[in-house]
Design a protein around this ligand. Structure first.
Ligand code: MSP
Length: 510
């Protein structure tokens, strides 16, 4: 059976989850749901990145131990994903013993293969990035991402020979043009390697909140080095029940655009150094911006964008979980930056959900419950809607397959539009009860059944609710997608009742 393994980045626990994190996690969830719908054995991994200076500092500032702090904050991420109906199969915390074991096994392998050596490092460090910058990249002594002063650090550290992988990385990119998507991001990684690499310091002796280096006790691994390996921890690398052989060849990392260098350059090189194939695919997304600025925790702390104002739960309380999921998936093409706004959510909600989808279901169920006394008819084999349905199904499937939820939903909404137009043309509300009315309603119900299946990766709860409203038993995911979405499966039923509106209209903000 085909498999699909998808991961989100693991989130730093120095602060609470925000809608930028939700953006990535909901996209990964929808893709996992898409693959499950196709009958693929699927694994969705998310979790929290709990080591490093930034987390140790956050704990100290809050007067608790790093362990207490990470327990508390990690829980908040898990709650945020539970609230957003994220179907993660595993939630990893980098403070777990399984992760210590895998990290130590993996890096010992890299060490034994001769790619780790000791040297002294002097550099400019940004704690918010947990990363060093060259003096060219930070000409004014400030972090180019966070704008904060950098700290000069000097440490005797262990280094990873990234430079040994320049040629192999370039060969790998050439041989695998879809390794990183979209193409602009693939080019960015390639250009970075072509610009010349430097070896990386991978341990710290100045802090102890980290995973100990097995061959040198005074050191812990640098947080990024431990973090990247989480993707292997979750599939048992180096431990009992090692499933790397099954899952690694079908692995996909969904990441934000500022961490391409880690995932598209360091990580494949680390895998090569450990004698492992790199991750199969890296899919890069842009940032959600508020008034043109990234939602970053650092800016929030400095009084810029107030992240606490846009915690995912506040949005879901106002609009509902599925409406927010829909907005996050539909508004922005994956790879571009998106403009996040309350007005934007309200507009999507009212247009796509209340007017188009909600209204379609309401119109059809009202007529069947009224004029046809709840007895739903079957579709006609040669209905004009059949073609529109087949087009939507194939375009949506192709879009989901290429990590384009935005296009998949656009195709789905085209079918919703076509079904509403079909009703306008036939005006069943003016028809006498009889075969003509029954045929139109049977076709509209069949289109709704297919639309419902198409919306499940994005809006699982709504899909289930519509499924039940049109009198179907079980769930829209009971049959695999290709079989379920062919025209003609709707069998008619006697159970149609007009329900309350699925998406009551929202008042636009004043
Ligand atoms: N801990 C590292 C990742 C390690 S993965 C081995 C990290 N954590 S983070 O919490 O700072 O960011 C996690 C992800 O959230 C990144 O992919 C980042 O792009 C994403 N986002 C944070 N703010 C965002 C937006 N405003 N919009 C979209 N995604 C954003 O980096």
């Amino acid at each position: 059976m085909a498999r699909f393994y998808i991961t989100t980045p693991i989130y730093y626990v120095n602060d609470a989850p925000h809608v930028g994190h939700a953006y990535c996690t909901v996209n990964a969830d929808a893709m996992a749901r898409w693959h499950r719908l196709n009958g693929h054995e699927t694994k969705l991994l998310t979790g929290t990145d709990e080591h490093g200076q930034k987390v140790a500092d956050a704990a100290e500032k809050n007067g608790v131990t790093p362990q207490e702090w990470t327990d508390r904050t990690s829980r908040r991420f898990r709650e945020a994903w539970d609230n957003l109906n994220v179907s993660y199969d595993d939630f990893i915390r980098t403070t777990e013993p399984r992760h210590f074991e895998t990290v130590q096994k993996f890096l010992t392998k890299v060490y034994e293969n001769g790619y780790i050596y000791k040297d002294t490092y002097v550099g400019l460090y940004c704690v918010s990035c947990e990363d060093y910058f060259s003096s060219e990249a930070a000409a004014d002594g400030k972090c180019p991402i966070h704008g904060r002063p950098l700290t000069e650090m000097e440490e005797e550290n262990w280094f990873f020979k990234l430079t040994a992988f320049e040629d192999r990385l370039l060969e790998y990119y050439e041989a695998n043009p879809h390794f990183i998507a979209p193409g602009t991001k693939y080019n960015e990684a390639k250009a970075f390697v072509k610009g010349g690499l430097q070896d990386i310091s991978i341990t710290r002796s100045s802090i102890n909140w980290g995973i100990p280096v097995p061959w040198d006790e005074g050191h812990v691994f640098y947080v990024w080095y431990d973090a990247l390996i989480n993707y292997l921890t979750a599939i048992g690398y180096g431990r009992e029940n090692d499933e790397v052989g099954e899952w690694w060849p079908v692995s996909n990392h969904l990441i934000g655009k500022e961490i391409i260098r880690f995932h598209g350059v360091w990580w494949p090189a680390m895998c090569m150094a450990a004698g492992l194939e790199p991750v199969h695919h890296v899919q890069v997304h842009g940032w959600l911006l508020v008034g043109g600025q990234k939602l970053s925790k650092t800016m929030a702390a400095e009084g810029g964008v107030r992240l606490t104002d846009i915690a995912p739960v506040m949005l879901t309380d106002e609009f509902g979980v599925d409406a927010i999921r829909y907005y996050l998936l539909r508004e922005t093409a994956l790879g571009n930056d998106g403009d996040f706004s309350h007005e934007g959510i309200t507009a999507r909600y009212n247009t796509d959900l209340a007017n188009n989808l909600g209204n379609l279901v309401a119109r059809v169920t009202t007529i069947v419950a009224g004029a046809l006394e709840g007895v739903a008819p079957r579709p006609q084999p040669d209905a004009s809607l059949r073609e529109a349905a087949a087009t939507a199904v194939s375009s949506a499937a192709a879009a989901w397959d290429r990590f384009a939820p935005h296009s998949a939903l656009e195709a789905t909404w085209q079918l919703i539009g076509a079904t509403n137009a079909y009703l306008e043309q036939n005006a069943p509300w003016k028809m006498e009860t009889g075969d003509e009315l029954r045929n139109v309603m049977g076709n509209a119900l069949e289109a709704i059944r297919i639309i419902t299946i198409l919306t499940t990766p994005a809006m699982p709860t709504t899909a289930q609710a519509i499924w039940e409203r049109i009198g179907l038993a079980g769930t829209p995911t009971d049959r695999v997608f290709a079989d379920a979405t062919t025209w003609g499966h709707y069998e008619g039923t006697t159970n149609i009742v007009k329900g309350t509106p699925l998406f009551p209209r929202m008042k636009a903000a004043e």
